[in-house]
Design a protein around this ligand. Structure first.
Ligand SMILES: C[S@@+](CC[C@H](N)C(=O)[O-])C[C@H]1O[C@@H](n2cnc3c(N)ncnc32)[C@H](O)[C@@H]1O
Length: 314
């Protein structure tokens, strides 16, 4: 399991678009116009008044004290609440903690609506990927590339459920701890030859060797971390060019989230900054996929209703 740290983190990751940082906030002010029918604009410290600031300071202090009895919350402070390692703990969904109360606090944490939706998204993603694999001829393994996989537990589950030789997966990510964790899980599950891990920037993807183009590219839990639209639109266009003929892009969209303000004011991201996220109507992200040249584009909501999984082909 992951270790804990009491030191404040301040991490900068070079070479990728701005995630939802305070500088990006203003850029998405226009999204306030989208804040209807369950869609939520980014929220954060800048939006808070004096009383609200006190409330968030109290919440932060509670999370740093009582919260740290929960293993999940400690992982969040160590790796970032938006990290692949955090999501892996959420997928595993087994409460652990210290000092007697820790397990209860951890259970409450794991039951938060956002985490329930992440688990539901993971299930939907697995089903979607399995369908993409099954619709292809079985003359060779289907090549799946996940550009921000973290430990990639959903891909290990997918690979384990497929017949031998049916799929080959490459998990990429910027964060080394998540990749190391994934590699270890792949070894434990006897999947090290089927699921490989490598470091890489999703927004500057290394071109595959000729004849090794991925049939399916996955972008899960990444686009919603970006406040700006342009890098997402460029990414979709670039990924279309990397796919094998007849390939599919599978990506997620966060369409609403009832706890955005809490998250932005209380939880640090991988860079030790406020974790701000953006909600977008799925019609908008589907539109970007069409703009990028995909012709068959369709989405499904996970059962909790905060995320969609979109397949884009053509
Ligand atoms: C919210 S997690 C999602 C992990 C996983 N895809 C899932 O759905 O459970 C976001 C992941 O994106 C990774 N990440 C963020 N920016 C990245 C970039 N530019 N290139 C590659 N990975 C990135 C993080 O390290 C983290 O593992």
């Amino acid at each position: 399991m992951n270790t804990t740290s009491n030191s404040p983190r301040s991490r900068k990751r070079p070479g990728r678009p701005k995630t939802a940082t305070p500088t990006g906030h203003a850029n998405h002010a226009a999204d306030a116009g989208r804040s209807r029918a369950g869609e939520t604009a980014p929220a954060g410290p800048a939006a808070s008044g004096g009383l609200a600031r006190l409330k968030w300071a109290a919440m932060r202090s509670l999370m740093h004290t009582v919260g740290r009895t929960s293993t999940g919350i400690r992982i969040g402070y160590e790796h970032g609440f938006d990290s692949g390692s955090m999501l892996d703990y959420v997928y595993a969904n087994r409460a652990h903690g210290s000092l007697g109360v820790g397990r209860l606090v951890d259970r409450a944490y794991l039951n938060a609506v956002g985490w329930r939706a992440i688990r539901a998204r993971g299930e939907l993603l697995r089903r979607t990927l399995r369908a993409e694999i099954d619709r292809r001829p079985d003359t060779r393994p289907v090549r799946v590339l996940d550009l921000a996989a973290g430990p990639g537990r959903y891909l290990l589950d997918l690979a384990a459920a497929c017949p031998d030789g049916r799929v080959r997966v490459v998990c990429r990510d910027l964060a080394a701890p998540g990749l190391a964790q994934g590699r270890a899980m792949a070894r434990e599950r006897g999947l090290a030859d089927v699921v490989r891990y490598e470091r890489g920037n999703a927004f500057d993807p290394a071109p595959p060797p000729p004849g090794e183009e991925p049939d399916v590219i996955v972008v899960s839990g990444l686009y919603e971390l970006l406040l700006e639209d342009t890098p997402i639109r460029s990414s979709m266009a670039r990924l279309r060019g990397l796919l094998a003929p007849g390939g599919t892009l599978v990506f997620t969209t966060q369409t609403r989230h009832p706890q955005l303000e809490f998250i932005a004011n209380v939880l640090p991201n991988r860079e030790g900054e406020p974790w701000r996220m953006v909600c977008r109507p799925v019609a908008v992200t589907e539109g970007w996929a069409r703009e990028a040249g995909f012709t068959e584009v369709g989405s499904e909501h996970e059962r909790v209703g905060l995320f969609t999984v979109t397949t884009a082909r053509g």
